[in-house]
Design a protein around this ligand. Sequence first.
Ligand code: SF4
Length: 213
Amino acid sequence: MAEKPASTTASGPADGTATPPSASGGVTQATIVKKTAPKSDYKPSNVSPQRRVQRSYTVRLWSVRHSRFLEWFYARFADAFLALHPLWKAIGYGRVEGPVKFVEKRVKGFMFDCRMCGQCVLSSTGMSCPMNCPKQLRNGPCGGVRANGNCEVEPDMPCVWVKAWEGSRNMRHGDAILAVQKPVDQSLRETSAWLRVTALAAAEREKARTEAA
Ligand code: SF4
């Protein structure tokens, strides 16, 4: 037999525990505050956490929707960076790291909410950064994705892996999402993925030239 609920008042149960909003006749605290707020013509924007959160995902979701274009653009960009390898080498990768990292952090931060893990996998994840997953999963979603496709930890945020799959379906090499990613090497945090990829590609190109000679 179900236990009889303790009696409650408008400010909560007698034992001091909080009353769930739905338990007080469907009127939430937010509704009470809104109704009692003084009326005026000035309605400040950007005071709703919900709206702030939605806005902060806008660019990230745009990037996923345009993953095919970004895939194409990134390939051209990587080629340009590789072509500049002699310049990076002449100046010294260590010296250019600061300015490149400064730009990379801001550009990718704006476009993808990048966390500068230093091992970028955007081209394998539909342009959805997996480091935005609160559990930082690099190989697909956990079992807690909500029915609406949102994250179980951050209910207002679309699951980054649901978006990754959607983005990957638009891409030419979208099946790269099926490749198993290595664990994140935390020692590479706050380093430039652009320079790292460029230096690795240059080394591979050098090796192929040497072997062919
Ligand atoms: S995978 Fe890493 S480098 Fe790429 S956008 Fe995400 S945090 Fe930034």
